[in-house]
Design a protein around this ligand. Structure first.
Ligand code: CA
Ligand code: CA
Ligand code: CA
Length: 718
């Protein structure tokens, strides 16, 4: 069995056949050479069949083949008990002589009819020289009849050869099919009698007429006319009177026409092509091989697996438009803001997209096929999902798609705020990463796209660097997870809490206070004075930092040469903060023309350890007096612990250790950081007897430009 038969055409296997004549009314049916196909009479429904109909075997003799026919009652479950019949049909063809043997039917089922007529349809391209049959070993006297009508009228034991049988008994326009031999054997007991057909002079190969006397010339290589991410289009010339065969990736595509579209391909995939010409004599040489690649998938950098939430969405049972529909990759699914809630006609509608990891972002596409596009909007990014940086505030065009370029900024969270005073919707928000990059930990800060102890080293080196330091800020800004313009304890905590196993549980809001106290009130030039940083009523504090700006003409570090502590902390950690990282720094700085020594305290727990709870000494620092100071006049006021968001709006400045003045920030309106001596005010912090006042010693929360201290709550990982 080496071929395929198609009506009048034959094709060898292992290739793709093109340009098949297949109008709407004609289904191309390929039959394997050697096939034995059991048939029955034409019917509209199997209900019409009684089981007494002739059995018909449509046979394409070619070498040896066989088929086992199974039959049963056609409706009950009795077949499960073995109620059914089997008939083996074999075909043996050699050198044009075929023996087709229908064996005795074995088995039984209820209603089985054993007295059956047998018909053969034998496919041969020439009229056989002889047709003989035996039934149960006895020769059946076969009569040749002239036409179909005579064949149909006969009770049995007839045959006729039809050179051009009609393709359809109902539609003349269907034309005629390949020649075939029809044989009818009279009814017999098919359980007792084998039926055997012997045919001589079978021709099972189509002879193609050869009109050419030379083989075609070698073909010219096809041209790559066009590529897309799913198709490659080739163009080529076909000389008149010839057929073009295209070999694609080693597989022959016969009888192709130009342009040829090789489609249903994957993106970024290479394919090879060569062409040859074929005429009736045979095929010419193949052309040179050409290759082409499909285009890259234009959506390959769209970040998948994102989760979207929104403060407003339509959620009617059975008619829901959740924000996740914006990132599901399906242009048909939509997000709708809640059209019944008038609040969102005036208040901003906020869409938050969590990319699940940090990415270097390329662009954003907002797609809306309706009329409710987001127009007046902001785009913000965040690494921690708490602190956001605004990248854009503008008004989009009212159109199907609007784009935004991220310019390679790094983020895990993207926020879109709509300020439209109306209902909004969207089909999809596609967020693309930079080509060739992958997602990584949002806590990476040294740029190696991994979270490791190297990131802690990075923070240790750059702790306290702020955006006023233009030289360094560009190198460190991606480590400013709190988006507040300074590398601080929050940033340290953000990294440290993700190392060594991470945080156990989400934590509640932080609270508490810290204060500074000194061990003496008066010092002579050359004396040392020790300042303590004290914690009061701390709750859930995982990291903290504070800044001391001291008049560098009056005080200096007692332990750091030239006031510069780089490798080690200028502070001595207390028992209370044992186990915390101490990445505190010191150095000299100038503010408004005055020289200061700056001590920047930064403490954080690592992994699961912590938090600080209750009272204790966070750290001490030893200072040396550079001149006589009658009153240290240091700040000894308490500052309420700042909330986890990192704003200082809730800071409370307690004047003179006395009444609290909510909402007043340390140093505000108090001439902070000037180093000017002020008249000491009486005060009492209860611990050291040192009078509390502002002036010489000033605690600054530098990033916000306001004096104060800040204690950061560590945000738990979700
Ligand atoms: Ca969608
Ligand atoms: Ca890293
Ligand atoms: Ca920061």
């Amino acid at each position: 069995m080496t071929g395929l038969t198609l009506c009048l055409e034959q094709h060898t296997g292992g290739k793709v056949v093109n340009s098949i004549d297949a109008p709407l009314w004609k289904l191309p049916l390929f039959v394997k050479s050697g096939a034995i196909i059991p048939m029955t009479v034409e019917n509209n429904s199997v209900q019409e069949l009684t089981g007494e109909e002739p059995r018909i075997f449509d046979v394409y003799p070619d070498g040896d083949s066989s088929f086992t026919l199974y039959d049963d009652d056609g409706y009950s479950q009795a077949y499960q008990n073995g109620e059914g019949s089997f008939t083996e049909i074999t075909s043996h063809e050699q050198d044009g002589t075929a023996d087709i043997i229908v064996g005795k039917m074995s088995g039984s089922f209820e209603g089985m009819k054993s007295e059956r007529e047998t018909q053969f349809i034998v496919h041969t391209y020439a009229k056989p020289q002889s047709v003989q049959a035996t039934v149960g070993g006895s020769e059946a006297e076969l009569q040749e009849v002239a036409d179909r009508a005579a064949f149909d009228d006969a009770a049995g034991n007839v045959y006729y050869y039809d050179e051009a049988p009609a393709n359809s008994a109902y539609y003349e326009g269907a034309g005629t099919g390949a020649p075939r031999l029809y044989v009818k054997i009279a009814a017999t007991d098919i359980t007792a009698n084998e039926v055997k057909l012997h045919v001589e002079g079978i021709v099972n190969r189509v002879e193609q007429e050869i009109v050419d006397d030379t083989l075609p010339m070698a073909a010219t290589a096809p041209q790559i006319a066009e590529t897309s991410s799913s198709a490659i289009t080739l163009s080529f010339d076909v000389p008149e009177g010839m057929q073009a065969d295209l070999e694609i990736d080693g597989m022959l595509y016969e009888n192709v026409t130009s342009p040829f579209i090789h489609d249903s391909l994957n993106p970024d995939e290479e394919h090879t092509y060569r062409l040859r010409y074929t005429n009736t004599l045979g095929s010419g040489e193949f052309s040179e091989q050409v290759s082409a690649k499909t285009d890259l998938d234009p959506y390959r950098n769209v970040i998948s697996g994102a989760e979207a939430t929104a403060n407003s969405y339509e959620d009617i049972p059975g008619d829901s438009y959740p924000p996740q529909n914006l990132v599901d990759g399906d242009l048909a699914s939509q997000w709708y803001s809640n059209w019944d809630d008038q609040k969102y006609y005036t208040e901003p509608k906020i869409i938050d997209i969590d990319l699940q990891m940090a990415y270097q972002l390329d662009k954003l596409e907002y797609i809306n096929d309706g009329t409710s596009q987001i127009l007046d909007h902001e785009i913000l990014i965040s690494k921690d999902g708490v602190h956001y940086e605004q990248l854009d505030a503008s008004v989009w065009e009212k159109q199907y798609q609007n784009d935004f370029e991220f310019d390679g900024r790094i983020a895990r969270y993207v926020r879109i705020i709509s300020h439209d005073q109306r209902f909004n919707s969207g089909n999809e928000i596609r967020i693309y990463k930079v080509d060739g990059t992958d997602g990584f930990s949002e806590a990476d800060c040294n740029g190696d796209r991994m979270l490791s102890n190297d990131d802690l080293t990075f923070l240790k080196n750059y702790m306290g660097v702020d955006q006023d330091n233009q030289r360094l800020w560009n190198q460190v800004k991606e480590a400013d997870f709190s988006c507040n313009g300074i590398i601080d304890a929050y940033d340290l905590m953000f990294v440290a809490s993700r190392l060594e196993g991470g945080v156990r549980d989400p934590k509640d809001e932080v609270s508490g206070m810290i204060s500074f106290t000194a061990d003496k009130t008066q010092v002579k030039k050359g004396d040392t004075v020790t300042i303590s940083v004290n914690a009061h009523d701390l709750v859930n504090v995982y990291a903290l930092n504070f800044e001391l700006l001291l008049d560098s003409t009056k005080l200096s570090s007692a332990v750091c040469p030239d006031n510069v502590c780089t490798a080690d902390s200028p502070f001595e950690a207390g028992e209370f903060t044992e186990g915390m990282l101490d990445y505190s720094k010191s150095g000299e700085t100038t503010v408004d023309g005055n020289d200061y020594v700056r001590f920047y305290g930064a403490f954080s727990f690592v992994g699961d350890s912590g938090p600080l709870q209750g009272d204790g000494v966070i750290a001490t620092i030893e200072l040396k007096a550079l001149q006589d100071i009658d009153d240290i006049g240091m700040i000894l006021n308490d500052v309420q612990v700042i909330s986890s968001g990192g704003t200082i709006a809730d800071a409370t400045w307690k004047e003179d250790g006395g009444e609290e003045e909510p909402g007043t920030k340390p140093g505000e309106g108090e001439n902070p950081g000037t180093g000017e001596e002020e008249t000491p005010k009486p005060g009492d912090d209860g611990d050291t007897g040192i009078q509390a006042q502002q002036g010489t010693l000033l605690a600054l929360f530098a990033a916000a430009g306001a004096a104060g201290m800040i204690i950061w709550r560590r945000k738990a990982r979700q």
